[in-house]
Design a protein around this ligand. Structure first.
Ligand code: PLP
Length: 354
C-alpha cells in the first residue's frame, strides 16, 4: 500500500524537542506526526497517510464512544550503538493486535502493513528517538470504530493510527523495587471475557483497582482470578514472575494478556538452562513461599517497565516483603541489552528500521 506523506509545517522547535528527549515524559509529549489508515467494509484498508499529528474530528454517534470497539498496542523503538533505530519483535505486536481485533469483532490488518505504518512514523519522526540511558520512543498503534451509528453491532468503518511519545524510566523511583497491591475486591478478566485482548475497556475497568493501589502507596495492582479469587493473574499493566526454589514460575495464559516481554523472558531463561513453569500460582502460595524463604525473587514485566523487582506486597490484612535478587537483574540486563543492541541477539528479535 502506498502511503501519502504530508510533513508538518510547524515542527516542534529543536530546543523544545531536545528538552523533551533529555527529560522524557511518556504520554505527555508527542512527536510531530501520526500515521492513519482507514478501513471500511466495502473497500477494506485504504487511505494510508503520514501526516501532521492533529485532533480527530469524529461524529458524536461514533461507535467507539458508545460501545468501546477499540484496541491498541504498546511497543518501543530503541537507538542502537551504530546510530540506527530498532524495534523489538514487532511481528508479535502485529499478531497480538490482530488477535485483539478478532476478539473485538474488528478487521485484522496485514502484519506487514502494521509494521510498515510504525516504520513510516519512525522515519518521519526519527529525530525523536532518544538515546539517553533507559530512554526509547514509545509507539502506540491503535484502532477504533468510527461509524456513526447507535446500535449494538460491529461497526463498518474503523481508523487505524500510530502515534509516538519519548519515554524514560517507567516508575518514578527508576529501578527501585515496586510495591504491589493485591486487589481482593475487583477482578480484571473472566473465562470467555476479553482478558487476553488489548482493548481499552479492560483498562477502564481496572482503573478503580489501580486507584486503590495508589491509595495504599503501591505502584501497581495485582489481580486475582475471577472464578475463585485465589490465583494470581497479572498486574494492571504487566505480567508477573516468581522465583520459587530456583524455578521461574509465571501464571498460565488464558485470561491474561500474553505479554511479549513475558514470552521473551521465558525464552531467555530456558536458554540459560532455568526451569520455567507456566502454571496457576495462588496468593496463598505467594504469601507462604515469601514467609518460608522458598520465594527468593518476584518481578513484574512489560514493554513500559521492562522488568521491575517486586519488593513489597500489600493486601487487606497486611503486607509482606520480597528480597531483590540476582536473577531479576540478570534477565533484565540480557533483555535490555538485546533491545539496545549491546548483547548478541541470538533469537533474531531485533528489527532494524530502514
Ligand atoms: N499485561 C497487561 C495488562 C498489559 O497492559 C501489558 C502491557 O502492555 C502487559 C501485560 C505486558 O505486555 P508486553 O510485555 O507485551 O508489553
Amino acid at each position: 500500500m502506498q502511503f501519502s506523506t504530508t510533513s508538518t509545517t510547524r515542527p516542534t522547535p529543536s530546543e523544545q524537542r531536545e528538552e523533551a528527549l533529555r527529560v522524557p515524559r511518556i504520554g505527555k509529549v508527542f512527536t510531530d506526526h501520526m500515521v492513519t489508515i482507514e478501513w471500511t467494509r466495502e473497500d477494506g484498508w485504504h487511505d494510508a497517510s503520514v501526516r501532521p499529528r492533529e485532533p480527530f474530528s469524529i461524529d458524536p454517534a461514533s461507535a467507539v464512544l458508545h460501545y468501546a470497539q477499540e484496541i491498541f498496542e504498546g511497543m518501543k523503538a530503541y537507538a542502537q550503538p551504530d546510530g540506527t533505530v530498532a524495534l523489538f519483535r514487532p511481528e508479535e505486536n502485529a499478531r497480538r493486535f490482530n488477535a485483539s481485533a478478532t476478539r473485538m469483532t474488528m478487521p485484522s490488518i496485514p502484519e506487514a502493513l502494521f509494521i510498515e505504518a510504525v516504520e513510516q512514523l519512525l522515519r518521519v519522526d526519527s529525530a525523536w528517538v532518544p538515546s539517553g540511558q533507559g530512554a526509547s520512543l514509545y509507539l502506540r498503534p491503535f484502532m477504533f470504530a468510527t461509524e456513526s451509528f447507535l446500535g449494538v453491532r460491529p461497526a463498518n468503518c474503523f481508523t487505524f493510527c500510530v502515534i509516538a511519545s519519548p519515554a524514560g524510566a517507567y516508575f518514578k523511583g527508576g529501578a527501585k523495587p515496586i510495591a504491589v497491591w493485591v486487589s481482593e475486591h475487583y477482578t480484571r478478566a473472566a473465562r470467555g471475557g476479553t482478558g487476553a485482548a488489548k482493548c481499552g475497556g479492560n483498562y477502564a475497568a481496572g482503573l478503580i483497582a489501580q486507584a486503590e493501589a495508589l491509595r495504599h502507596d503501591c505502584d501497581q495492582v495485582a489481580f486475582l482470578d475471577a472464578a475463585e479469587g485465589r490465583w494470581i493473574e497479572e498486574l494492571g499493566g504487566m505480567n508477573v514472575f516468581f522465583v520459587v526454589d530456583g524455578v521461574l514460575v509465571t501464571p498460565s495464559l488464558g485470561t491474561i494478556l500474553p505479554g511479549i516481554t513475558r514470552d521473551s523472558i521465558i525464552r531467555i531463561a530456558q536458554r540459560r538452562g532455568l526451569d520455567v513453569e507456566e502454571r496457576p500460582y495462588s496468593f496463598d502460595e505467594w504469601r507462604a513461599d515469601a514467609a518460608s524463604g522458598r520465594l527468593t525473587e518476584a518481578f513484574a514485566c512489560g514493554t513500559a517497565a521492562v522488568i521491575a523487582s517486586i519488593g513489597k506486597v500489600r493486601f487487606g490484612d497486611g503486607e509482606f516483603h520480597i528480597p531483590v535478587g540476582p536473577l531479576t537483574d540478570a534477565l533484565r540486563d540480557e533483555l535490555v541489552g538485546i533491545q539496545r543492541g549491546v548483547v548478541a541477539d541470538e533469537f533474531n528479535w531485533t528489527w532494524r528500521v530502514r
